[in-house]
Write a protein that binds this ligand. Sequence first.
Ligand SMILES: *[C@@H]1O[C@H](CO)[C@@H](O)[C@H](O)[C@H]1NC(C)=O
Ligand SMILES: *[C@@H]1O[C@H](CO)[C@@H](O)[C@H](O)[C@H]1NC(C)=O
Length: 441
Amino acid sequence: MGGKTRTPVIIDTDPGVDDTLAILLAIASPELEILAYIISFGNTDVHAAYANIYKLYQAIGRHITQYPEDEAMFPNFSPTVPPLLAVGPEGPLGGGRHYAQYFHGRDGLSNITERHPDLNVDFGSSSFSHNFEPVKESGVEVALCLLESYPDRSITYVTLGPMTNLAQLMREHRQTVVDKIGRVIAMAGAVDVPGNTTSVAEFNVYADPYAAKELLVPTDPTSGFPLERLVLVPLDITTIHELPFPYYCRKVDPAFESTAKPSNPNGKSPIVHFTSSVFERTREIMVDFGKDALELHDIVAIWCAIENPPEINPVCDFPGMSPGWAVAERTFDIERTGEITRGMFVTDRRDENTAYAPGLNRAEVQVQLDLLQLGNGVLESTALPARVELEDPALSAGGPDEVGLERKRNGVGCLVETPGPSALLHLLTRRVWGFSYSLVD
Ligand SMILES: *[C@@H]1O[C@H](CO)[C@@H](O)[C@H](O)[C@H]1NC(C)=O
Ligand SMILES: *[C@@H]1O[C@H](CO)[C@@H](O)[C@H](O)[C@H]1NC(C)=O
């Protein structure tokens, strides 16, 4: 840690197999100071997701009891500054509620509740040390209180699940969010690649397309979310990062296989037993999907938070990213109610992007042209420079705004480059399983 400042983070999550691994990485990362977990519906229901934080902390606690020398590996597992644990939204801002239990199991952790009862939490037991603090305030209240009590622009808010809580926070306390939030890193969406819940939608956006649209597609950029401080981490970049299960066997747990040979706690670290118990079913599902690896979606978002602290004094219109990281601005709309396209990012792929603002409906432009009596027999694309005439000039000005140096952006900064899959694999393995006695190099 060496006296370096740690980035305070709020983790908004629906744990979830990959969320849980992402949280393990966060707990093992000295660059971060976890202020709170806000638990959302998503991969499973909010109550099962909530219990998974207990299961994870129990596994780390058991590990440290058995191997006290490893305590320093988990700088966010400390009884002195316990993160808050709050219950967030139980369902989306709009539309029906959906879970991803087909993938994550009813308990969110591949059904370890039934397969590995030794990992269930006995809430009555006095030997269970929390190292986090369950609170009765809502996710919105907890986030608001933290934003208000930390220095301006210092907090990173990471969403690993549906973006419902953040959208609700914006609805209720927009000015505080705008004034105080440092950076949002959101694992969500599929821009140029297929979805992973439907052919076109990534799960977190599918689960609450209303929240995603409110945050990412401003109708009026002067009143929406400060997009210049948001980094979207879509499937386009996350999917290439994976943990191959044969690698996990080699480096972490040689006994790891599948549910046919369930993890046996004897002779292995409690953390390894925990992750192997979760992964054994995930492996079977992934092999059915055609690859023997876990995709590290949420883990990439936490890695991004580790390596890219917020800029407290931004000097440019774009989130400054550390070397090896890059963001590209993209513009899209989000389908909320589609018969088959709910949660889809709709990108305007037409090439004449000089004539029309992206996403513009040409049929409606024609109606407007006709009203202006300019449409008579003239091709619409040459009749009028539609983009210039029809766009609000305030939006395209690009000049300094009230915050001084930041430019309001219409597009969303999408993560397009990381230091690479093998860099993440090494970081993850070393931090999460790199115990003094284990197999990791
Ligand atoms: C979880 O258990 C239920 C009931 O036994 C089963 O239907 C479901 O397929 C299991 N899910 C996973 C991901 O293993
Ligand atoms: C889809 O992506 C989300 C990313 O948040 C991930 O949590 C989920 O496990 C993925 N589902 C599948 C089936 O890959």
